[in-house]
Design a binder for this molecule. Structure first.
Ligand code: F3S
Length: 76
């Protein structure tokens, strides 16, 4: 599983960093990104972080957290 934040859709609510602090962080404006690989979505989420990823994914109020079965650069 791969993830990245669609940053224009993020409203800086803070939930993902609380739910998945090993995956998501914020820039100076509070907009989230995946710190696994600077929001590229090319590095697989480690298995041990999948439970916190799922919590963040399900609770993001805007759906800004995206996920794919393959790296994002291989998808449209
Ligand atoms: Fe933004 Fe969603 Fe996280 S709105 S701060 S990506 S929970």
């Amino acid at each position: 599983m791969f993830t990245r934040v669609a940053r224009p859709e993020c409203i800086a609510c803070g939930i993902c960093q609380l739910q998945a602090p090993d995956i998501f962080d914020y820039d100076n404006e509070g907009i989230a990104y995946s710190k696994l690989d600077q929001n590229k979505g090319q590095r697989a989420i480690p298995n041990e972080l999948m439970s916190q990823f799922k919590q963040a994914y399900q609770k993001c109020p805007t759906g800004a957290i995206k996920r794919r079965d393959v790296p994002f650069h291989l998808t449209k």
